[in-house]
Design a protein around this ligand. Structure first.
Ligand code: F6R
Length: 374
């Protein structure tokens, strides 16, 4: 049931505050001690013994994994690598000791992700060396799936059924689950002061309300500007640090549903090739939020602007509005939680361009909700 929405995708974008609130009620409840606030089914032995993490996923789920890897490394100090499941299968890295393998899949049925996890189990089991034992964790929205049946430890992101082929609220649920894991590792290993754990938890608790405010505002702005991009052939998305995966996700959403070619880059790479593409016909979307890479992203955006690109910003500051031709503002939040907000205007931007072009937003050509072939 689409209720009053024209498409499931738009309905699901609007459901994100609820997704976030339900996730918080389940995994970050108020009644746990503030220095150890996460209620997630992760064993003590994993929290204590793991030396590194490898994340296997495809598409949007891999982008959630990349946000997760940033958090696990930078906030919790756990070395983490992210792999395309389809690449991992045929070129796995040499076995590393005390490694946690995390599979991320909304549907829990993606053939490459399942096969990569099975392969990893087999090769670890066959060494019989306890240092190389298989520790695994699944993050999924469908516990009633192959993931749910095959994996020992599963985190149910609980985002509710998603019908639109383009993942939106499940991406949010996957990212939130990585915030949970990050806090678990950081608090268990005393990698962060209790005040830092408390600050991150409190910032997460504000997200549902902030999402509600954002969605309305960005829905109308995206709708207003969508017509400007009907003839557009290419769009470049820039982000750095924790928002680099959001640049990739913004580009993927646009490609999938509007059939406009789009590419996400870490903003510092612009000058190493992609800048040659820029002119007035190639819009650039730049995610520039205060934090360790803020000034850098702004100067990278300035370089794009100097090549006459139409510049669309996702930023906290009104004062930046002179640089950007269009600006999606988000509240001033800590950089740690910013991906939970910066992704929203990009979802709406893609949605409105596709809807304006009259495309089948919920069932884009050549795509399926669950990719059970490799
Ligand atoms: C993008 C999208 C796909 C999926 C990918 C993995 O909107 O939906 O890129 O993210 O096919 O699917 P799951 O998460 O079901 O493994």
């Amino acid at each position: 049931d689409k209720r009053n929405f024209r498409h499931f995708m738009l309905k699901e974008i609007y459901e994100q505050p609820e997704t976030a609130q339900q996730w918080i009620d389940r995994f970050l409840p108020m009644d746990l001690p503030s220095e150890n606030p996460i209620a997630m089914p992760v064993s003590k032995s994993i929290l204590e013994n793991i030396e590194q993490i490898q994340i296997l996923a495809c598409g949007t789920s891999r982008h959630a994994g990349m946000v997760g890897a940033y958090l696990l490394e930078q906030f919790a100090g756990v070395p983490t690598k992210v792999y395309f499941a389809s690449e991992f299968r045929y070129a796995p890295p040499p076995l590393s000791p005390h490694t946690l393998t995390i599979g991320v899949s909304q549907s829990g049925e993606t053939a490459d992700t399942l096969a990569a996890l099975r392969m990893e189990k087999e090769r670890r089991d066959s060494t019989q060396d306890p240092n190389f034992s298989f520790h695994q964790l699944g993050i999924t929205n469908r516990v009633d799936s192959s993931f749910g049946r095959e994996l020992e430890n599963v985190i149910d992101i609980g985002s509710g059924i998603e019908i639109g082929v383009a993942a939106t609220k499940t991406f949010l649920g996957q990212m939130l689950s990585f915030y949970g894991l990050t806090i678990l590792f950081a608090s268990h290993r005393q990698k962060r002061k209790s005040q830092e754990i408390l600050d991150l938890s409190n910032d997460l608790r504000l997200i549902p309300k902030q999402l509600t405010n954002l969605i309305k505002k960005h829905d109308s702005l995206s709708k207003e500007i969508a017509h400007l991009f009907v003839e557009t052939k290419d769009v470049i998305f820039l982000g750095r640090g924790i928002n680099y995966p959001i640049a990739l996700e913004g580009a993927l959403k646009l490609k999938e549903i509007s059939y406009i070619h789009a590419q996400g880059y870490p903003a510092g790479e612009l000058k190493h090739g992609p800048i040659a593409l820029l002119d007035q016909h190639v819009p650039v979307v730049s995610i520039a939020v205060p934090g360790v890479v803020y000034e850098k992203v702004l100067s990278n955006s300035q370089e794009a602007k100097a090549r006459d690109a139409r510049l669309i910003g996702v930023s906290t500051h009104r004062s930046e509005s002179e640089m950007f031709d269009e600006l999606f503002t988000i509240p001033k939040v800590s950089e740690w939680v910013s991906p939970l907000l910066t992704v929203v205007p990009l979802q709406l931007f893609s949605y409105h361009i596709a809807a304006h072009k009259g495309l089948d937003v919920d069932q884009p050509r050549n795509l399926a909700k669950s990719v059970t072939v490799e």
